[in-house]
Design a protein around this ligand. Structure first.
Ligand SMILES: Cc1cc2nc3c(=O)[nH]c(=O)nc-3n(C[C@H](O)[C@H](O)[C@H](O)COP(=O)(O)O)c2cc1C
Length: 98
């Protein structure tokens, strides 16, 4: 029986985009979970894609095997958050088919 590690290694070796895509997918899931955990502990967070990834890598000595995916600030909110102006769930979730 093929182990999970064998399956992953095979997928990573055969399709060159898979390692990067999976790193971004998995880090994004972890990032959301981290923000939800922070909220559950009474903290707030700010996810940032708009930052200088090269400077981040340099400043934090990030090893070459990692790619920067998202920067998250976590802390106590200085003031209550304003209402979000993002699209509503009804506008962003597609049920079954486009
Ligand atoms: C430096 C910086 C970079 C950000 N980059 C992104 C981004 O790449 N994508 C995004 O959707 N929001 C980005 N944001 C926005 C915040 O994550 C977002 O406004 C905040 O979580 C509040 O959510 P709201 O827009 O629903 O009010 C950035 C905010 C800052 C301060």
């Amino acid at each position: 029986m093929t182990s999970l590690i064998d399956q992953i290694e095979s997928a990573y070796a055969n399709v060159p985009t898979v390692p990067r895509d999976e790193a971004i997918r998995n880090a994004s899931l972890a990032a959301m979970q981290l923000m939800l955990a922070a909220k559950a502990k009474g903290l707030d967070s700010c996810p940032m894609g708009g930052y200088d990834a090269d400077q981040f890598v340099e400043a934090f000595s990030v090893p070459e095997r990692y790619i920067p995916v998202i920067l998250i600030a976590i802390g106590k909110a200085a003031v209550p958050a304003r209402p979000s102006e993002r699209f509503s769930i009804d506008e962003t979730v597609i049920w079954n088919s486009f």
